[in-house]
Design a protein around this ligand. Structure first.
Ligand code: MG
Length: 272
């Protein structure tokens, strides 16, 4: 879980400022004392990095799982999910959604799938709280960790500036989304992702993870080669791990909802 100490500083810096959220000075929303991201002129979580342009997505369309999909959540039960310890997930089941428990409510912590996956196509839908609470990284923060390690950020990024590599659709700490295709808080949003797991040999990465993602039908990540596992204030690095890992949904203390989660593991013979 990424600490959010900066948000407090940002809040302090902005307290009493009459400017709207979109007019806030960029300096207040990120870091400049973090390492440089390779191949860029930006620091990790750089608040000076340009904000992705806003694109209004088209109407929401429900995505029915294809015949070979592994349905991980259909709104009825949490049997496909566990807590980090392996115990049943304590997330809240309500109105066809699985929800991060409120702070202080038992059953929190990240939710992990019991089944593990390598290369896959993923669909899921998520919604941040209808009434926004907090600013920046404190507003509707969650995340989808591919293989349990590589975070595709979930955040309320509707008129909620934060450092671009930490907004909705970012590969957290590495790649901002190409555009901001966020819906309003409380509205259901979709992610469709293709993911290729990294390959390791002799203790080293020989092929990075690749990710392509759509948010609400809009391309936000285009075959990006990930730098490594997600971290906060660091450049992600790879450590060898098994060929498969769980899907992991982040508990960042905000009651974010998920539904219609399904995955299509790619088979080796699909590429023959
Ligand atoms: Mg997150």
């Amino acid at each position: 879980m990424a600490p959010c100490r900066w948000a407090l500083w940002g809040f302090i810096a902005l307290a009493g400022a009459p400017a709207s959220a979109q007019e806030r000075p960029q300096k207040a929303i990120g870091y400049s004392d973090t390492p440089m991201l390779p191949g860029t002129r930006w620091h990790v979580h750089d608040g000076q990095r340009p904000q992705p342009r806003v694109v209004e997505p088209g109407a929401f369309r429900a995505a029915v799982p294809p015949s070979d999909a592994v349905v991980l959540f259909d709104g009825r039960d949490l049997s496909a999910w566990r807590s980090e310890s392996g115990a049943p997930s304590g997330w809240v089941l309500a109105d066809g959604a699985m929800i991060v428990p409120a702070r202080g409510v038992p059953g929190g912590g990240d939710a992990f799938t019991r089944q593990e996956f390598g290369d896959f196509q993923l669909h899921l839908e998520w919604a941040t709280p209808e009434t926004p609470v907090g600013d920046g990284q404190e507003r509707g923060n969650s995340g989808v960790y591919l293989m349990g390690l590589y975070e595709l950020q979930v955040l309320d990024s509707y008129q909620n500036p934060t450092y671009p590599d930490g907004q909705a659709g970012a590969i957290y700490g590495q790649f901002p989304p190409l555009v901001n295709a966020s819906r309003k808080p409380g509205e259901w949003q979709s992610y469709d992702v293709t993911f290729t797991a990294p390959r390791f040999a002799d203790g080293k990465v020989v092929s990075p993870a690749y990710l392509t993602a759509f948010q609400n039908g809009v391309l936000i990540q285009d075959h990006v080669a990930l730098l490594g596992a997600t971290g906060h204030r660091v450049v992600g690095t790879y450590k060898p791990h098994p060929a498969q890992g769980p899907l992991r949904l982040q508990d960042h203390g905000n009651p974010v909802r998920y539904r219609n989660v399904w995955i299509r593991p790619l088979r080796s013979d699909d590429r023959s």
